[in-house]
Design a protein around this ligand. Structure first.
Ligand SMILES: [Ca+2]
Ligand SMILES: [Ca+2]
Ligand SMILES: [Ca+2]
Length: 285
């Protein structure tokens, strides 16, 4: 009997050890990460890169660039204090393939406010959903444990605001959809201790039936969203302007090399074109 008990105890301990990594590692979709820095400048909500006297030369240069951005889509974010203790999050989303204003266009951002994941939206999870364009319909949803219902308590634009335009930008000279989103973190109780929620951002163009999502996962499965790590520090200028200068220098150096070493005798392939980011329309609310 004693031996039997020891065997059972050993099996339990072994199972505990095997389960431990799952329990300890707070998993999000691997490879999808960014840092949300304290803004150097507060944005102008006009759905475009606003002209102005910006510290880093433009409205959205004081931001990090997320890893693994999908082809055809770009987003970045920063945050500000507004009137004391409120934490205001600001997002820029650009969708290069969409230059049409369609009723069926949408943008959505899911936020796991308490970073507890799950296979379905929980009550701490929100989804900011904007359909159409140009004063489109903006709704904030809250998880129920199995799906989404409209959040019972929010006001526009005090708690959440979305403004868009079809415009050119420093990221792409061809006019395309540009979205600016601002929302009050404390209103929706986003991770009060760390301000590092899991999030998912997606845009859909009805005209081309193109969905681009970061990560390319379901809006209904918090376990599969990416990580946004909040930082109380502004992004070091060295990581923005200097990085652009460095990349430009490398591009110039590479161009110079090929011009010098391979005059006329070789034709260089233009390279692999970007893969289509046309995905099936995974989920429409
Ligand atoms: Ca702006
Ligand atoms: Ca469109
Ligand atoms: Ca959650």
């Amino acid at each position: 009997m004693k031996r039997y008990g020891l065997i059972v105890l050993s099996i339990i301990m072994l199972c505990s050890l095997l389960l431990m990594p799952t329990a300890l590692v707070n998993a999000y979709e691997a490879g999808y990460e960014t840092t949300n820095h304290l803004a150097t400048d507060e944005i102008v909500m006009d759905g475009a890169w606003s002209a102005g006297n910006w510290t880093y030369g433009s409205e959205w240069n004081d931001t990090a660039v997320p890893s693994n951005l999908p082809a055809g889509m770009h987003w970045r974010d920063k945050w500000t204090y507004l009137g004391g203790t409120d934490i205001i999050a600001h997002y820029l989303i650009e969708f290069f393939v969409d230059n049409t204003t369609d009723a069926g266009d949408y943008f959505e951002m899911c936020v796991d406010c308490q970073v507890d994941g799950g296979t379905a939206p929980q009550t701490d999870d929100i989804k900011i959903y904007y359909s159409g364009q140009d004063n489109g319909t903006l709704i904030v949803y809250q998880g129920t444990g199995s799906g989404w219902v409209e959040h019972p308590n929010y006001t526009i634009p005090a708690d959440v605001q979305v403004v868009n335009s079809i415009n050119s930008s420093p990221l792409n000279a061809t006019p395309h959809l540009i979205i600016e989103l601002t929302y009050d973190r404390l209103k929706f109780e986003v991770t009060g201790n760390t301000y590092s929620p899991w999030i998912r951002i997606a845009v859909y163009d009805e005209s081309t039936a193109t969905l681009a999502a970061w990560p390319p996962t379901s809006p209904d499965v918090p376990d599969d969203w990416g990580l946004e790590t909040g930082s109380i520090n502004p992004i070091p200028e060295a990581l923005t302007i200097a990085a652009v200068v460095l990349l430009s220098s490398v591009a110039v150096a590479v161009s110079f090399y090929f011009l010098r070493k391979h005059p006329k005798t070789e034709s260089h392939s233009a390279g692999k074109t970007g893969e289509s980011n046309t995905l099936s329309k995974a989920c429409e609310n």
